[in-house]
Design a protein around this ligand. Structure first.
Ligand code: ADP
Length: 751
C-alpha cells in the first residue's frame, strides 16, 4: 500500500535517511569478511539497534552456521537477556523459528510489543532476526525493507562464514591428516631403520656365529675358539667382558695349533686387568655344580671380601655369569664367564650361542681324542700285525667284497691300495693248495662255520710262503654274512720245523751209525753164534750121515737146526741192515713183545759183558700195534744201552735191569725199562731229552732226543723218573693205532 507523500521535504529527508541506513547495512558485509557467525550476529544486532528505533533486536543463529547462538540488544528494555527473550518467543510461537509469524503483536517481558521476524537463509535454516517495538505501526515499510536487506546480507555473510568455516575445517582436517600421515611415515621410517639395523646386526651376528662354528668345526684350538667367542659376545652383547678357563689346555687334538706355553686361563684384555691363573668363585661353583652360576658382585656372599671381587669392582664390573663347558661324556672341560658392568645376565640368544659353541667345541675335542686314540690303536695294531706277521681281513659273502689290512697286503705282496678279489688270492696260492682253498671257500659259503687252515703261496719269485688262516663268520644287523679273520705268515716257523726235522733225521741216522760201533761186537757175536751153530750142525749132520748105518733122523733134526740157525743169522742181518739204513717212517702191524725180545737178544752179549742181569716181564695179552718196528727197536736199544751204562760203576748191588711191556688203557701200550744205576737228579729231568745233553765222556747226547722224536712221531710220549730206590725208570707209551689217535688226546697226555 502506498503512503501518500504529505510533506515533500520531510519525505526527502526520510528517504535520505533510509538510503543512509541502507548504505550502512550494505556496508556491513565489508566488516564481515572472514568473520565468524558470532561476529556477524553481533555487528548485525548492533547495526539494526542503531539504525532502527527498537525496543530490542534478537538474533538466533542455528547449528548450521557452526553453533547455536542467541544474542540480543535492547534500546529501552532494561538489560534484556537473550535467553529470556528467546524463551518468551518460543513460548508464543513454538520451538521452530522458521514457522514464527513475520509480524505480530505480543507480550515480551512486561510489555506489549510489535514483533517483526525475518528469517536468515532459505526457510530460516540459518537462524532468525526478531525485532520488537512498542509502536503499533511497527514495522513500517522502510523498516521492513531494512530488516529484509539486513537479513539477506547477513544470510550471505553467514553462508560465506559457513563455507569459510567448512573450508577451514577441511583445511584443518587436511592438516591433521597430513600431520598424522607424516607421523605414520616417520614411524614407519623409524621402524624400517630399526629393522635394517636389526637385520644388519643379525647378519653380523650370524656371520660371527658362523665364523665361530666353522672355527669349531674345523678343529681349531679350543683356546682360539673360546677367545673368538669372548670377542664375539663382547661385540654383540652390551657392556661386558668375557673370560674362559680350561682345566687342561693340552687336549691332544688342540695342541697342534697352540703353543706349549699357553696360559692356563685368560680373560679378555682390558687395561689393568691381568690375565689370571686362578678361577673366580663363580667359575669354581660352575665347575663344581656343573651348572650356570650368576652373582651380583656387591651382594652375593659367594664373592664376599675376595681380592678378585675388589679387582673386578675397581674396573666397574658388577655382575658375573659363569657356565660350565661340558663334554658330551659329561666331563667338565672348563668354564666360560661374562662380567657385566651392571647387574645383568646375558640374553637367551647369547646364552644359547655359548652353549652351542662350547657344545660343538667339546664334541670336536672328544672327536679329536677319539681319532687320536683310534690312530694310536690302529698304529699299535699295524705294528702288532707287522711284528707277528699277522694280517687281518674281512670278507662279505654276498658281494665278495674283501678288505685286507696293510700287513695282509704285505704278506700277499699286493699293492697297498689295490682291491682284493678271490681270483687275485687264488692267483697267489700254491697250485697244490688251490683245491684246499676252494674247499674252504665253499665250506664257508655253505655253513658259515669257523675255518682254520694252512695254505701255501707261491710268489712271483717262486718263493713259497706258509700261511695259517683263522676266520670267524657272523651276520651283521641286516643278516648279511661276513667273515673276519687273521692270516699269519708262518713260513719262518715251518721252514725251521722242516730244518729241525731234517736235522733230527740226520741225527737219528748219526745215532744209528754211532750205535753201530757199539753194537758191532754183539751183533757179530749174535751172527757168529748161529754161524758156528750152522757149522757145528752141518758137521754133525755129515757125521750122522757117514755113520753106518747112517742116523737119518738125527741128521734130519740136525739139518733142521742148521736151517733155523741160518734163518736166525739171516734175520739178524736183515734187522741190522734196516736198522742202519736211513729209511723213512714205515707203518706196520707189529708185536711189541717180539720186537722187545729181538732187541734183548741183540743186546744180550753186551749186557752180559757188563754183568747186567736182564729180567723181562712181557704181557701175554699185549695187543699188536701199528708203528715202525725198526725205529721203536732203536728206542728200546737206546734205553737198554743207557740203563747198562748207568750201572757200569755199580758194584754194591745187583746190576738189575727190568724190561716190562703192558697195556695202558684200552688203546695204548707201554714199555718200561727200569735200572738200578746212578739214577737221575730231578732238576736235570727235562734236560735229558735235549739234543747233545750228555754226562758221558764218550756220549753224544742225542740218543734220548731222537728216541723222544720217534715216540712222538708215533703220537706217544717218552718220559723218565727216578726210582724210589736206586736207579731210574724210562718208559714210553704209544697208541695202538697212531692214526686213530686224536690230537686232543695227545695234547691231554702231554700236559
Ligand atoms: P748219551 O747216552 O750219548 O749220553 P743220551 O741222550 O742217550 O745220550 O742220554 C743223555 C744223558 O741222559 C746221558 O748222558 C745220561 O746222563 C742220562 N741218562 C740216560 N739214561 C740214563 C739212565 N738210565 N740213568 C741215568 N742217567 C741216564
Amino acid at each position: 500500500m502506498e503512503t501518500p507523500i504529505e510533506q515533500p521535504v520531510d519525505e526527502i529527508t526520510r528517504l535520505q535517511r533510509c538510503v543512509n541506513d541502507l548504505v550502512s547495512i550494505l556496508a556491513l558485509p565489508a566488516m564481515w569478511t572472514g568473520g565468524d557467525p558470532s561476529h556477524i550476529g553481533h555487528t548485525l544486532i548492533d547495526s539494526l539497534a542503531s539504525i532502527l528505533t527498537l525496543d530490542f533486536v534478537y538474533v538466533r543463529l542455528n547449528d548450521q552456521v557452526g553453533a547455536r547462538i542467541e544474542m540480543v540488544r535492547g534500546a529501552r528494555l532494561a538489560t534484556p537477556q537473550a535467553e529470556d527473550i528467546g524463551a518468551d518467543l518460543r513460548h508464543w510461537f513454538g520451538d521452530h523459528p522458521e514457522t514464527w509469524p513475520p509480524v505480530v503483536r505480543c507480550r515480551i517481558g512486561d510489555e506489549d510489543l510489535s514483533i517483526a521476524a525475518v528469517p536468515l537463509g532459505f526457510h530460516g535454516k540459518l537462524g532468525i532476526i526478531v525485532t520488537g517495538a512498542q509502536r503499533v505501526d511497527f514495522p513500517e515499510q522502510k523498516e521492513r525493507l531494512l530488516l529484509t536487506v539486513a537479513a539477506n546480507q547477513a544470510s550471505i555473510a553467514l553462508r560465506e562464514a559457513q563455507v569459510l568455516s567448512e573450508q577451514r575445517g577441511l583445511a584443518q582436517e587436511l592438516d591433521r591428516r597430513v600431520a598424522h600421515r607424516t607421523l605414520e611415515l616417520a614411524q614407519a621410517n623409524e621402524d624400517l631403520r630399526r629393522e635394517m639395523a636389526e637385520r644388519t646386526r643379525a647378519k653380523t651376528q650370524l656371520a660371527g656365529e658362523n665364523e665361530l662354528l666353522q672355527m669349531v668345526a674345523s678343529g681349531r684350538v679350543l683356546a682360539d675358539v673360546l677367545a673368538a667367542l669372548c670377542r664375539f659376545v663382547e661385540e654383540t652383547a652390551d657392556d661386558c667382558i668375557c673370560g674362559a678357563y680350561l682345566i687342561d689346555w693340552r687336549v691332544p687334538a688342540f695342541q697342534n695349533g697352540g703353543s706349549p706355553s699357553l696360559p692356563t686361563s685368560f680373560t679378555a684384555p682390558i687395561e689393568g686387568l691381568p690375565v689370571r691363573s686362578e678361577l673366580c668363585p663363580c667359575g669354581i661353583a660352575a665347575l663344581e655344580k656343573r651348572q650356570v652360576i650368576s652373582a651380583d658382585l656387591e651382594s652375593d656372599p659367594l664373592w664376599h671380601d675376595t681380592a678378585y671381587r675388589s679387582l673386578l669392582l675397581s674396573h666397574g664390573l658388577r655382575s658375573v655369569w659363569s657356565t660350565p663347558i661340558l663334554a658330551l661324556s659329561g666331563r667338565v672341560l672348563g668354564t666360560f664367564a661374562i662380567y657385566h658392568r651392571r647387574p645383568a645376565t646375558p640374553s637367551p640368544g647369547v646364552q644359547e650361542l655359548i652353549a652351542q659353541v662350547t657344545h660343538i667345541a667339546s664334541i670336536a675335542i672328544e672327536r679329536a681324542q677319539d681319532e687320536a686314540a683310534l690312530k694310536r690303536s690302529a698304529a699299535f695294531l699295524a705294528q702288532g700285525q707287522h711284528l707277528s706277521s699277522t694280517g687281518t681281513f674281512s670278507w662279505r659273502l654276498d658281494t665278495d667284497d674283501i678288505r685286507f689290512s696293510e700287513e695282509a697286503n704285505r704278506i700277499f705282496e699286493f699293492d697297498a691300495d689295490s682291491r682284493v678279489s678271490l681270483e687275485q688270492i687264488a692267483d697267489r696260492v700254491h697250485p697244490e693248495d688251490i683245491q684246499l682253498l676252494s674247499e674252504k671257500v665253499e665250506f664257508a659259503r655253505r655253513t658259515g662255520g669257523d675255518v682254520d687252515y694252512e695254505i701255501r703261496l707261491r710268489l712271483a719269485d717262486a718263493s713259497v710262503k706258509y700261511l695259517r688262516t683263522i676266520a670267524h663268520g657272523s651276520r651283521d644287523e641286516n643278516g648279511r654274512m661276513e667273515y673276519i679273520g687273521a692270516i699269519q705268515d708262518v713260513t719262518a716257523r715251518r721252514l725251521s720245523e722242516q730244518a729241525f726235522e731234517r736235522a733230527r733225521s740226520e741225527l737219528a741216522h748219526v745215532a744209528r751209525v754211532a750205535t753201530l760201533g757199539a753194537l758191532t761186537a754183539s751183533i757179530a757175536h749174535e751172527v757168529n753164534q748161529p754161524l758156528s751153530g750152522i757149522i757145528t750142525n752141518a758137521g754133525t749132520c755129515l757125521r750122522m750121515l757117514d755113520a753106518s748105518p747112517p742116523d737119518v733122523d738125527g741128521a734130519r733134526e740136525t739139518a733142521r737146526r742148521t736151517i733155523r740157525d741160518g734163518n736166525r743169522a739171516s734175520d739178524v742181518i736183515t734187522r741190522l741192515r734196516s736198522l742202519f739204513s736211513k729209511k723213512e717212517f714205515t707203518q706196520e702191524l707189529l708185536d711189541l713183545n717180539e720186537a722187545t725180545r729181538e732187541v734183548i737178544a741183540l743186546s744180550l752179549s753186551e749186557l752180559q759183558r757188563n754183568r747186567v742181569v736182564v729180567q723181562s716181564e712181557l704181557a701175554d695179552d699185549l695187543p699188536s700195534i701199528t708203528g715202525d718196528r725198526v725205529q721203536l727197536q732203536q728206542v728200546l736199544l737206546n734205553l737198554l744201552r743207557n740203563a747198562s751204562d748207568a750201572m757200569v760203576g755199580v758194584d754194591d748191588r745187583p746190576r738189575q735191569l727190568l724190561i716190562r711191556t703192558e697195556s695202558e688203557g684200552r688203546d695204548h701200550v707201554r714199555v718200561t725199562v727200569r735200572d738200578a744205576g746212578v739214577g737221575i737228579e730231578r732238576q736235570v729231568m727235562d734236560k735229558l731229552f735235549d739234543a747233545f745233553y750228555t754226562t758221558k765222556s764218550s756220549g753224544m747226547g742225542i740218543g734220548l732226543s731222537v728216541s723222544r722224536a720217534i715216540v712222538e712221531r708215533h703220537r706217544g710220549r717218552l718220559w723218565a723218573e727216578p726210582n724210589d730206590g736206586p736207579g731210574a725208570t724210562f718208559a714210553f707209551s704209544i697208541p695202538r693205532d697212531p692214526e686213530r689217535t686224536t690230537d686232543a688226546a695227545r695234547i691231554v697226555r702231554h700236559s
